[in-house]
Design a binder for this molecule. Structure first.
Ligand code: THU
Length: 155
């Protein structure tokens, strides 16, 4: 028998402690909360993605009267990157919720980030932002250890 332990590392920041670039990304994600269409859950989530050329791409959750059709904020931003900015890679992702403690992306979104990290051959930096705290970490493996990936399909 062999016990395997997996540790994760997050850094907690206050907004004032962030770099100028990170403040800009957090403010962009906060502003993108107004793009949320969430009349059913009344829970707004937004996402701002910084590309390798510095551009910021926005997304927000889009709900539907047919509940299972709801799109998460992260998915809308990733789809915009793939469709509107083909060839660019992602540097940093900010996910914003208008509550004090940051929310963590759902399992579906974690798996989506895994796919984009794999296809862009890099780990992204992540900022999870609430009204007061901001959690930072590198690589979606932090939230999705032992992820299923295309490497499994090809081995
Ligand atoms: N939601 C996101 O946008 N991202 C997540 O990672 C988790 C949940 C949205 C979906 C739905 O519109 C609302 O939050 C409540 O679940």
């Amino acid at each position: 028998m062999n016990k395997i332990e997996i540790q994760i590392e997050l850094t907690q920041y206050l907004f004032e402690e962030l770099s100028v670039d990170d403040k800009e990304l957090i403010l962009a994600s906060k502003n993108a909360l107004k793009l949320s269409h969430s009349p059913y859950s009344k829970f707004k989530v937004s996402c701002a993605i910084r590309l390798d050329n510095g551009q910021i791409v926005l997304g927000a959750n889009q709900e539907n009267a047919s509940y299972p059709m709801c799109l998460c904020a992260e998915g809308t931003a990733l789809a915009a990157v793939a469709s509107q900015y083909h060839g660019r890679t992602i540097e940093k992702v900010a996910i914003h919720v208008p509550i004090d403690t940051p929310a963590s992306p759902c399992g579906f979104c974690r798996q989506s980030f895994k796919e984009y990290e794999t296809r862009m051959h890099k780990k992204f930096d992540y900022l999870l932002a609430g009204n007061t705290d901001i959690y930072c970490f590198q690589g979606i493996d932090t939230l999705l250890p032992l992820a299923f990936s295309s490497a499994d399909l090809n081995s």
